[in-house]
Design a protein around this ligand. Structure first.
Ligand SMILES: Nc1nc2c(c(=O)[nH]1)N[C@H]1C(S)=C(S)[C@@H](COP(=O)(O)OP(=O)(O)OC[C@H]3O[C@@H](n4cnc5c(=O)[nH]c(N)nc54)[C@H](O)[C@@H]3O)O[C@H]1N2
Ligand SMILES: Nc1nc2c(c(=O)[nH]1)N[C@H]1C(S)=C(S)[C@@H](COP(=O)(O)OP(=O)(O)OC[C@H]3O[C@@H](n4cnc5c(=O)[nH]c(N)nc54)[C@H](O)[C@@H]3O)O[C@H]1N2
Ligand SMILES: [Mo]
Length: 766
C-alpha cells in the first residue's frame, strides 16, 4: 500500500497521508533525545550490544563517532554522545544479518520496490556477493573470488581512465591513502568523493581567499569568541555535539547569530543531556539573533551587513582593522567601491531581510572583538556556493577576524573523516606539489591529468566512458542528483563494486555485473594476524586522532577496508608494486609510515597520533601565513545574486530530517520540525499555499524545469511552515530526482541541492 512515506510505487498511486506537523516547542536534545536514541539502540542491536557500543564512542581509547566531524572536547563526560551519533552507532551494531540466505530469498527487482528505510534495516552485510550480467539475484561468493572478478575486469580491456574510484567520507586515512595510491598507480585520478556534493564550495572558496581549503579555528577558539555566526547549518540535527559548545558560548554572553530560512529548533534552544537543567528539558537559548534570510539570499544579506559596517566606520571610525587590511589583504578598495553601487533597498529585496536587521547584525559584528563564522550545506549547495564562502570571508577580513584566538572560519564538515580523506589524496584534481611528493614517497609516477568528480563521473557513465566503478562506502545512486538519469548511467558500467556495511540503493541500481564487498564498521574490533589495529581520522578542525573499534565484528569473516583495498591492489598490480600491500595491511603502522613519507604535515605520525587527543595538521592562516598567489588574504568582489523566478515558481531546498544520516533513514520522524511518520512532505509558506488553493496535508507533485527538461517528484503532503515566501523545503534523497545534473555550482561543480526552481501542483490521481 503506497503512502506518503514510501517512494512512488510502480503504480504511482497517491493517497492522503496522516502526516502530523506540530513544530515541537520542547528544546532540542535533552532527555527525550537520550530516550529516543536508547530505544533505537534496543530495537536494532539488542540492548546490551547497543549500550556497549554507545559507551565506546569518542572515549579517549574508543572509536571516533561516525555521526559527524565535530571534534571532541578535551574533558569528556562518560556519556559524550549525542542522540544522532548514538543512532549511527546502534545502526552499525545491528544484530540482523544480510547473508547468503537473504540473497536467495530476495530478487533484486523485489528489493528495488522497497524503500531506502527498508533496505538499511535488513541488517549488516556479512557475505561478499556477485550479480552476474543479466541476473536478477546476488549470489554469495568468497572475498577471494570477488577480488579475482575485479582483477579480471581491470586487467582485461579497461583502460585506467575508464575506471572510477569513489569514496564516502567515513573511510579512514589508512584505507583512503591505499585506495588513492592504487588508483594512481593504475594510472588514473578518477577519485570523486562525497565532498564534491558537500563542502567542495568551501574548499574552493577558502583556498582562493586564504590559501587553505579548510577551517582555521579549533574548539578552544569557541571558548573565546564574542560572536558566532551560523549560516546555512542545522546543528541540532546534524552536529548535535556542537550545541553544547554553542550553549556554553551563549551562557557566557557570546552572541550567536543564526542565518537560516527556517527557524531550526536546535538553534533556538538546547537542553544539555548531561546537566540537571538539561535533563529536565529546560532549554537554554542559543541564538541571540535569528535572521530568516530567503533561500540563497546570503550574498545580498552579507553585502547589506558589510555596507552597514562601512557606514559605521564612516560615522564612528575605528571599526575596520586598518593595519590588518593593509598588511595582510588585497582587494579592500574594490570591495568598498562595489558595495557603494548597491542600494540598501535592492539588498533588502534580494535577501528578504530588512535594512534594520542588517544594521543590527553589523552592530553585533563590530562590537565583537572575536568572531567565528560557521556554515554548512545551506551555503555550499548553490550555483554561487563558492561566492557565498568568499562573501563570508570578506566580512571576517574587514576586522581581521582570522589568525587570532577566538576568531576564524569553521566550515562544519559532514562525514566524520571527509576532511582526512582529502588530506591523504582522495581528490580528482590534485596539485602538482601533492603528486610530486606522493611520487617520491611511493616510487610511482602518478598521472597528472585531472580525473572525474562526482557529476563528471555520471556524465562519463552516460557516454559509455566508464567500464569499472568502485565505491569505498557511501550510496552513490541515491546521494547524487538526477536519480533516474544517474541510475540509467550506472547501468551502462560493465562492473560496479560497493564496499559497504549495509544494504542500500546502490546495490540495486548497479552496473551490468555487480559486486558487494561487506566490511568491518568503525565500532568493531579490527585485528590483523591477532594484533589489534586502530585507524586515524581528521576532524573538522584539522586534528588527526585515533579510532579503535571495540565491539566483536558482525561476522568473523568480515575484512577491514584497508585490507580489502590492499588485497585488490595486490591482485591487480602485483604484490610489491609499488608497495608491499599485504605487509601494509597487516600492520597499519606501516601504512602511516608510508603516509608520513608521502604527504606533508604527518611527521612522526605514529608517535604523535598516539598522544592523547592526537595532533594538529599545519594550518597557515592560523598564523596569518597566506599561501595564495598574492601572498595575502584576498578580499573578493562577488556578483550580487538576483532571484529570477517566473510566476508560480518557488525555490526548493533539499534538507535532512532529524532521523536520517544522509541516505540512511533511521525512522520516518523529524521531531524538531514536528513531522511524524512521513518523509514525503513539502514545507511551504502559508501564503504561497493559499495563493495556490492548497490545504494542509494535501498531496502535491513537484516539478523542476531546467533547460527545457521537466523532472517530477510525486505525492508530497503540504506542510504550512514558518519559511519565507516563495521558498520551499523537502527531504533529501526523495527529491534528488528534481536536481538537474547540469545544475552545479560555479568552480566547485557541487550540485545545487539547495536551490532548485520548482512548481507545485495538486497530485495527479489524488
Ligand atoms: N544526524 C545527521 N547528522 C549529519 C548528517 C545527517 O544526514 N544526519 N549528514 C552529515 C553531512 S554529510 C553533512 S554535509 C552535514 C550537513 O549539515 P547541514 O548543512 O546542517 O544539513 P542540511 O539538512 O542540508 O541543512 C542545511 C541547513 O541550511 C539551511 N539552508 C538551506 N538553504 C539555505 C540558504 O540559502 N541560506 C541559508 N543561510 N541557509 C540555508 C536549511 O534551512 C538547513 O537548516 O551533516 C552531517 N551530519
Ligand atoms: N539533494 C541532496 N543531495 C545530497 C545532499 C543534500 O543536502 N541534498 N547532500 C550531499 C552530501 S553533503 C553528501 S556528504 C552526500 C553523501 O553521500 P554518500 O556518502 O555517498 O552517502 P551516505 O548516505 O552517507 O552513505 C551511506 C552508506 O554508507 C555505507 N557505510 C556506512 N558506514 C560505512 C563504513 O564504515 N564503511 C563502508 N565501506 N561503508 C559504510 C552504508 O552501506 C550506507 O548505506 O550526499 C549528497 N547529496
Ligand atoms: Mo556532506
Amino acid at each position: 500500500m503506497p503512502d506518503a512515506s514510501q517512494p512512488d510505487g510502480p503504480s504511482g498511486a497517491v493517497v492522503v497521508s496522516d502526516v502530523r506537523a506540530e513544530p515541537s516547542s520542547a528544546p532540542a536534545a535533552g532527555p527525550s533525545a537520550i530516550v529516543s536514541s536508547l530505544r533505537y539502540a534496543a530495537q536494532t542491536s539488542g540492548v546490551l550490544r547497543g549500550v556497549r557500543a554507545l559507551l565506546g564512542v569518542n572515549q579517549k581509547d574508543g572509536f571516533d563517532c561516525p555521526g559527524c566531524a565535530w571534534p571532541d572536547p578535551e574533558h569528556r563526560a562518560t556519556f559524550e554522545f549525542c542522540e544522532n551519533g548514538a543512532r549511527a552507532v546502534a545502526h552499525e551494531a545491528d544484530a540482523r544479518k544480510v547473508d547468503a540466505a537473504f540473497f536467495e530469498r530476495h530478487t533484486i527487482s523485489a528489493l528495488r520496490a522497497e524503500s531506502d528505510h527498508f533496505l538499511e534495516h535488513q541488517g549488516r552485510l556479512v557475505t561478499p556477493a556477485y550479480r552476474w550480467p543479466g541476473s536478477d539475484r546476488y549470489e554469495a561468493i568468497s572475498y577471494d573470488e570477488a577480488y579475482e572478478i575485479i582483477a579480471t575486469s581491470l586487467r582485461g580491456g579497461t583502460s585506467p581512465n575508464e575506471a572510477v574510484f569513489y569514496t564516502s567520507g567515513r573511510t579512514s586515512n589508512e584505507a583512503a591513502f591505499l585506495y588513492q595510491l592504487f588508483a594512481r598507480t593504475l594510472g588514473t585520478n578518477n577519485l570523486p568523493d562525497c565532498s564534491n556534493m558537500c563542502h567542495e564550495s568551501s574548499g574552493k572558496g577558502l583556498g582562493s581567499t586564504i590559501g587553505i581549503g579548510k577551517g582555521t579555528v579549533t574548539l578552544a577558539d569557541f571558548d573565546e569568541a564574542d560572536c558566532i555566526l551560523i549560516l546555512g547549518q542545522n546543528p541540532g540535527t546534524n552536529h548535535p555535539r556542537m550545541l553544547s559548545t554553542l550553549a556554553a558560548a551563549a551562557a557566557r554572553g557570546a552572541r550567536v547569530v543564526s542565518i537560516n530560512p527556517l527557524k531550526e529548533r536546535g538553534l533556538e534552544s538546547f537542553a544539555h543531556p548531561q546537566t540537571v537543567s538539561g535533563f529536565f528539558g529546560v532549554g537554554a537559548p542559543i541564538s541571540t539573533t535569528y535572521v530568516q534570510v530567503r533561500i540563497n539570499g546570503d550574498v545580498a544579506l552579507l553585502k547589506g551587513v558589510m555596507k552597514q559596517v562601512l557606514a559605521l566606520e564612516r560615522d564612528r571610525g575605528g571599526v575596520l582593522d586598518r593595519s590588518f587590511l593593509a598588511e595582510h589583504t588585497t582587494g579592500f578598495d574594490e570591495l568598498a567601491a562595489s558595495l557603494a553601487k548597491h542600494s540598501m533597498s535592492e539588498l533588502e529585496q534580494e535577501s528578504g531581510v530588512s535594512a534594520e536587521t542588517m544594521r543590527e547584525v553589523a552592530e553585533i559584528y563590530v562590537s565583537s572583538e572575536r568572531v567565528i563564522a560557521c556554515w554548512a550545506m545551506g551555503i555550499t549547495q548553490h550555483e554561487n556556493g563558492v561566492d557565498n564562502v568568499r562573501e563570508i570571508l570578506n566580512l571576517l577580513l574587514l576586522r581581521g577576524n582570522i589568525g587570532r584566538p577566538g576568531a576564524g572560519v569553521c566550515p562544519v564538515r559532514g562525514h566524520s573523516n571527509v576532511q582526512g580523506d582529502r588530506t591523504v589524496g582522495i581528490y580528482e584534481a590534485p596539485t602538482e606539489a601533492f603528486l610530486a611528493r606522493l611520487d617520491a614517497g611511493c616510487g610511482i609516477v602518478a598521472p597528472r591529468a585531472h580525473g572525474f568528480d562526482s557529476v563528471g563521473t555520471i556524465r562519463a557513465m552516460e557516454e559509455g566512458r566508464v567500464r569499472f566503478f568502485m565505491a569505498l562506502g557511501g550510496n552513490f545512486a541515491a546521494a547524487t542528483p538526477d536519480t533516474e538519469r544517474t541510475c540509467r548511467a550506472l547501468s551502462r558500467v560493465a562492473l560496479t563494486v560497493q564496499v559497504s556495511t549495509k544494504l542500500n540503493r546502490s546495490h540495486l541500481e548497479s552496473g551490468e555485473a555487480a559486486l558487494i564487498l561487506p566490511c568491518l564498521g568503525r565500532s568493531e574490533r579490527d585485528e590483523r594476524r591477532g594484533l589489534p589495529q586502530f585507524v586515524t581520522v581528521e576532524n573538522s578542525m584539522g586534528i588527526v586522532h585515533t579510532s579503535e573499534g571495540r565491539l566483536p565484528p558482525a561476522s568473523a569473516i568480515l575484512e577491514s577496508e584497508p585490507a580489502i583495498v590492499a588485497s585488490i591492489a595486490a591482485r591487480v598490480l602485483g604484490h610489491n608494486r609499488p608497495v608491499p600491500w599485504k605487509t601494509l595491511a597487516n600492520d597499519y603502522d606501516h601504512i602511516r609510515t608510508l603516509i608520513e613519507r608521502s604527504i606533508a604535515g604527518f611527521d612522526d605520525y605514529n608517535e604523535r597520533v598516539r598522544a592523547p587527543g592526537g595532533f594538529a595538521l599545519p594550518n597557515g592562516p592560523r598564523h596569518r601565513e597566506w599561501k595564495t598567489a598574492t601572498g595575502k588574504a584576498n578580499i573578493t568582489v562577488v556578483p550580487l545574486v538576483r532571484r529570477t523566478l517566473a510566476a508560480g515558481e518557488l525555490v526548493l531546498m533539499t534538507i535532512r530530517s532529524h532521523d536520517q544520516f544522509n541516505t540512511t533513514i533511521y525512522t520516518l520522524d523529524d521531531r524538531y520540525r514536528g513531522i511524524h511518520g512521513a518523509r514525503r512532505v513539502v514545507f511551504l509558506n502559508q501564503d504561497d499555499m493559499t495563493e495556490r488553493g492548497l490545504l494542509e496535508g494535501q498531496l502535491v507533485d513537484l516539478e523542476s524545469r531546467f533547460d527545457g527538461v521537466v523532472r517530477e517528484a510525486r505525492g508530497f503532503a503540504c506542510v504550512p511552515y514558518d519559511i519565507p515566501r516563495r521558498c520551499a523545503a523537502a527531504y533529501f534523497p526523495e527529491t534528488n530526482g528534481l536536481v538537474p545534473l547540469e545544475s552545479v555550482a560555479r568552480e566547485s561543480r557541487t550540485p545545487t541541492s539547495k536551490s532548485i526552481v520548482v512548481t507545485v501542483h495538486p497530485a495527479k490521481g489524488a
